[in-house]
Design a protein around this ligand. Structure first.
Ligand code: PSU
Ligand code: MN
Length: 309
């Protein structure tokens, strides 16, 4: 029984593409509502869809609308999520059943996007940065549900690594424990979102979308449950100065402590605070790296569908 289908709406375009074995790329919506200010968030989301199309794949922006799990929302819904911003529920794994029962809206995090993508049959997903183990997690136990999802849901996530608002070393350790491959695209290091390097090595380096697709194809064929991370460094010309961004992150973390912000508000607060501190410079980098990830994810999706058909 595929009882989940009762809750799922796959858009006609995405559904047709999947049936025909065409490449599809999932896109998350928390990045729209909680990751960037309006109207840049909406412009970016629409541009990302365009980039996916230009690179031969069909975009599927994922969200929860009126309690329905949506794989493929339209411009109006993207605009609504962008405008509503923080007032939309940030929806991760634990929130999906609540939103469905209460027929409410939610912006999907990386974890929730993976879940809905997998239900729809989408295997490749592009975003900016994944959640991870927060600094101080040894006392707060704040570890993003994104990491658990990567351990159990079969979706490949293309990202620019993770922000150093997180403990990147512990994030890699956690992913190793949970059996999640982390591949660096044309790099040996885990990128740190705004910067190309973090000082932490990935498991391996791959230099082509084809190689990454082949690895994920093999993982699926072997029945090794869970996703994979393809870490794609921000293009050099858009990367930020490491010292400057590190100082800004430090200031944001201190303000968070002073205000006593915890739990699911942590990540959105830090994202917003960093944008304020850097006067929007970090926003431009953020947008550029998402475009770059959309391109790579589309190329991987094309290679994967070639292997499957
Ligand atoms: N990191 C970013 N931008 C984002 C997020 C994380 O650089 O927009 C969002 C993603 O939706 C991610 C979520 O899945 O925050 C993680 O939240 P938490 O740390 O509460 O698990
Ligand atoms: Mn958390």
């Amino acid at each position: 029984m595929n009882a989940y289908k009762k809750y799922l709406d796959v858009s006609p375009e995405v559904s047709e593409a999947l049936k025909a074995g065409k490449p599809v790329v999932a896109l998350e919506s928390t990045i729209i509502s909680h990751g960037m200010p309006y109207p840049k968030n909406v412009e970016t989301a629409l541009q990302v869809e365009k980039i996916v199309r230009e690179n031969g794949a069909v975009p599927a922006t994922i969200a929860v609308i009126g309690g329905r799990l949506k794989a493929g929302i339209g411009c109006d819904e993207i605009d609504y999520l962008g405008k509503t911003g923080l007032a939309v529920t940030k929806a991760s794994r634990r929130d999906l059943c609540i939103l469905a029962a209460q027929k409410k809206d939610g912006a999907a995090t990386v974890a929730a996007t993976m879940i809905i993508a997998a239900m729809a049959g989408i295997k490749v997903f592009a975003t900016g940065g994944i959640g991870g183990v927060h600094r101080g997690a040894e006392t707060t136990m704040d570890i993003s549900a994104d990491l658990e999802e990567l351990a159990k849901t079969n979706v490949l996530v293309v990202c620019a690594g993770a922000k150093s608002i997180l403990d990147l070393g512990l994030t890699l350790e956690y992913l190793e424990t949970r059996g999640v491959p982390v591949v660096g695209y044309k790099t040996e290091e885990l990128p740190a979102f705004y910067t190309r390097s973090s000082g932490f090595k990935t498991d391996c380096r791959m230099d082509s979308p084809k190689e990454i697709a082949a690895a994920f194809y093999a993982k699926l064929a072997m029945g090794l449950q869970g996703g994979m991370v393809a870490a794609n460094p921000i293009p050099e010309e858009f990367a930020m100065d490491k010292e400057y961004i590190d100082k800004s992150i430090q200031a944001a973390l201190e303000k968070m402590k002073t205000l006593g912000i915890t739990g699911k508000r942590t990540t959105p607060f830090l994202l917003d605070e960093i944008q304020k501190i850097t006067g929007g410079k970090s926003l431009e980098s953020n947008i550029r790296l998402v475009y770059n990830n959309a391109r790579l994810a589309s190329e991987i999706a094309c290679e994967l569908s070639a292997l499957e058909n």
